[in-house]
Design a protein around this ligand. Structure first.
Ligand SMILES: [Zn+2]
Length: 80
């Protein structure tokens, strides 16, 4: 059995797998890690619909699921 990709799994499973969420704004290009928590059964696409960009207030945002880096690897940098 193959698990669906982390980006299709609910928030609780993403956290359990050691992943983190980033919020990407299509309007101003801002990409930031999110520190807040969400309902365990909320999926990334649903979470994105409830959020807006902190800087430009655009609602054209997407949640990016970042899997944990390989041992010795690094988390991707924030942008924008
Ligand atoms: Zn923005």
């Amino acid at each position: 059995m193959t698990l669906p990709p982390l980006s299709d799994r609910p928030f609780g499973e993403i956290v359990e797998a050691g992943g983190r969420l980033m919020l990407r704004c299509a309007s101003c290009g801002r990409l930031r890690y999110m520190r807040q928590t969400f309902p365990a059964d909320a999926r990334p696409a649903e979470i994105a619909r409830t959020l807006a960009c902190h800087r430009c207030l655009s609602r054209d945002v997407a949640v990016v699921v970042v899997p944990p880096p390989a041992p010795g690897g690094r988390w991707p940098a924030e942008e924008g």
